[in-house]
Design a protein around this ligand. Structure first.
Ligand code: ATP
Ligand code: MG
Ligand code: FE
Length: 337
């Protein structure tokens, strides 16, 4: 079974060909980041225009690299949301046109489900599983009882982890997105500034990163006014230590509260070397738990992960018709307790 998958929720135009939900035959990712960098963030209108220019080329390239002809495809999958409405609509329009022209079923996929299924390229998912989703727009703990079933057990009350990285990076004068560079600096410095660990002892699985961001900004501004020198490396290390402490502590507790067999960590921030290392050490306390983190190139946005998530929807005949629309705020249900 071969799925052509399309992802265009934010600032990456991506098209992949995936075999049986587990083998990547091609995964073309056209990043627009250079066009957005001078604005310090993604400009939605600019993103949509780039998607229009790239989408057809990416489809052709994905098929060519996979060495697959259109009549061998089983379905077309596309990200339905969450994301920027204009960006999503380009991918959805292309997917609809392709499915219509070649008489293929159309599979809508939740972008965050895609991030989780990136782990499928490392090893099969084992249920029940807990997913820590850490990305530019989301920070949530998602419980999966089986393939295609998602329940939020905890989430950020304000900023996402990746968003906090990018805002702090801006204060340090780093180019957008700054997660990777802060990660690098953090490994040179050490936790000398001791920022707060928000909500770490609270009896829930929610997160908050806006207080950390404010503490960081205040420290930098106060030092500037007093003419004091701060260490960029130590600032990065102190910020990252706070983020990692909270993420690891709450994730581990969630895995104990809901006895899961597997912990999947996914989303752009899952590329963080400090987080990956801290989680590997932490799960040693839970010998029955397997930790799965996708390789770096599959942590950020890509269509391969959309194809993997679509594979389980195809098995359930979860198809959309030509009325499929973008859902910018598409979200998993919250677990009732
Ligand atoms: P969402 O998936 O919530 O819709 P998004 O698709 O924009 O949001 P991703 O592309 O999954 O987000 O992730 C991008 C984020 O990951 C950015 O905020 C970026 O700074 C962050 N990031 C990337 N690499 C690292 C790293 N090594 N350490 C920390 N953060 C990182
Ligand atoms: Mg992106
Ligand atoms: Fe994403």
């Amino acid at each position: 079974e071969l799925i052509l998958a399309i992802e265009s929720s934010c600032d990456e135009t991506s098209v992949a060909v995936i075999e049986d939900g587990a083998i990547i035959l091609s995964n073309i990712v056209a990043s627009q980041i250079k066009s957005h960098q001078r604005f310090g963030g993604v400009v939605p209108e600019v993103a949509s225009r780039h998607h229009v220019e790239q989408i057809t080329l990416c489809i052709e390239e994905a098929l060519a690299e996979a060495d697959v002809s259109i009549d061998e495809l089983s379905a077309v999958a596309v990200t339905q949301g969450p994301g920027l409405v204009g960006s999503l609509l380009i991918g959805i329009s292309a997917a609809k046109a392709f499915a219509w022209a070649h008489n293929l079923p159309l599979i809508p996929v939740n972008h965050m489900a895609g991030h989780i299924y990136a782990a499928r390229f490392v090893q099969p998912l084992i249920f029940p599983l807990m997913a820590l989703l850490v990305s530019g727009g989301h920070t949530e703990l998602v419980l999966m009882a089986e393939d295609g079933s998602y329940e939020i057990v905890g989430e950020t009350r304000d900023d996402a982890a990746g968003e906090a990285y990018d805002k702090v990076g801006r204060v340090l004068g780093l180019p957008y997105p700054s997660g990777k560079e802060i990660d690098r600096l953090a490994h040179i410095g050490s936790d000398t500034y001791h920022f707060p660990r928000a909500m770490i002892h609270e009896d829930n699985f929610d997160f908050s990163f806006s207080g950390l961001k404010s503490a960081f900004i205040n420290l930098v501004h106060n030092a500037e006014q007093r003419g004091e020198e701060l260490s960029t490396e130590n600032l990065a290390a102190s910020f990252q230590a706070s983020v990692i402490d909270v993420l690891v502590s709450k994730t581990l507790r969630a895995c104990q509260e809901y006895p899961v067999k597997q912990l999947v960590v996914a989303g752009g921030v899952a590329a963080n070397q400090g987080l990956r290392q801290a989680l590997e050490e932490a799960v040693e306390q839970l010998p029955d738990l397997t930790l799965v983190i996708p390789p770096l190139r599959l942590c950020g946005d890509n269509a391969a992960m959309i194809g993997a998530a679509a594979h389980v929807e195809l098995a359930k005949n979860h198809f959309a018709d030509m009325s499929l629309n973008a859902v910018p705020s598409l979200a998993f249900p919250t677990k009732k307790v």
